[in-house]
Write a protein of this length. Structure first.
Length: 289
């Protein structure tokens, strides 16, 4: 009980009340199925949660292999403020887990994430893979605001940051590498010059292949990432997708072929690092410009 719903992190940043009720109900059922004496603390904790009002907002905590958590402020509803970007999706978890197994891909490099949402993948990579610079990007203003909040919530400072070290410490921020940037990128209109100025060594995206209508915009921004100078190498690109509609996924692959962007399937992860990992139908493609 003290390591879950009464853990200091959960008390400070509480998960959804409905989730805590389900968890405590299951925990009580398991306890009652044994011959152990009843624990008043379990029933007291459940009573306290039953009296809580439902909220549209909650926190989620994900434990990394290092033992350090990523804490996110999320919306309870899948669709909120006209977007699905205010919750964490399966492909983001999968890509972060793959990154933790392959830290050399990101170490001391500049990483650009397309469609960062509220930041789980990037925060996990920043805490486990030591990139030099990490550029979070999205286009929805509400998502960008929540993203910036989550970055600070996890002890990072954004660039540019003019706060002095004492002020950062009082805010619970750790001024450290990597340099973190939040960028507003509208795929259909972002100039190639703006993308190339980021000088990304690695480009990643998670759960961005879900709607045929945005496939062409995604292909377009990938094409703009090809460097104009012959002496610069194109970035390594990894796209993680939950295959909900096989036709949509095949369309993305066909559009990649049409655009002359080669791709290959990345081998599956060797293990799960999340207790709630459902091993959903998620794949990672490596793309070659």
């Amino acid at each position: 009980l003290l390591q879950t719903v009464l853990h200091p992190l959960c008390l400070r940043y509480p998960p959804a009340a409905a989730y805590r009720r389900r968890f405590l109900t299951e925990l009580i059922a398991k306890h009652e199925s044994t011959a152990a004496e009843p624990l008043d603390e379990l029933y007291d904790a459940l009573a306290a949660v039953l009296n809580e009002e439902e909220s549209a907002h909650c926190y989620k905590h994900y434990l990394l292999p290092t033992g350090e958590p990523v804490t996110l402020s999320e919306k309870v509803a899948v669709v909120s403020q006209g977007t699905t970007g205010l919750v964490t999706w399966d492909a983001a978890l999968h890509l972060a887990a793959w990154a933790a197994e392959n830290p050399a891909v990101f170490r001391h490099r500049t990483v650009l994430e397309l469609g960062s949402g509220i930041g789980f993948t990037g925060l996990a990579i920043c805490k486990t893979c030591a990139p030099r610079t990490y550029v979070f990007s999205d286009c929805h203003h509400g998502v960008l605001r929540q993203l910036a909040e989550n970055i600070r919530l996890n002890g990072f400072a954004l660039e540019p940051d003019t706060a002095d070290p004492a002020q950062r410490e009082s805010q619970g921020l750790k001024y450290q590498q990597p340099k973190l940037i939040v960028a507003e990128l509208e795929w259909g209109s972002v100039p190639a010059k703006q993308l190339l100025e980021l000088r990304a060594d690695v480009v990643i995206a998670a759960d961005v292949v879900y709607d045929p209508e945005i496939t062409s915009a995604l292909i377009g921004i990938l094409q703009k990432l090809s460097p104009s100078q012959a002496d610069r190498k194109p970035p390594e690109i990894y796209v993680a997708s939950t295959i909900r509609n096989p036709d949509t996924y095949r369309l993305f692959q066909a559009e990649l072929d049409k655009a002359g962007i080669r791709w290959q399937m990345v081998p599956a992860r060797s293990s799960s690092i999340y207790l709630d990992d459902t091993q959903s139908n998620v794949t990672i493609l490596q793309l070659f410009l």
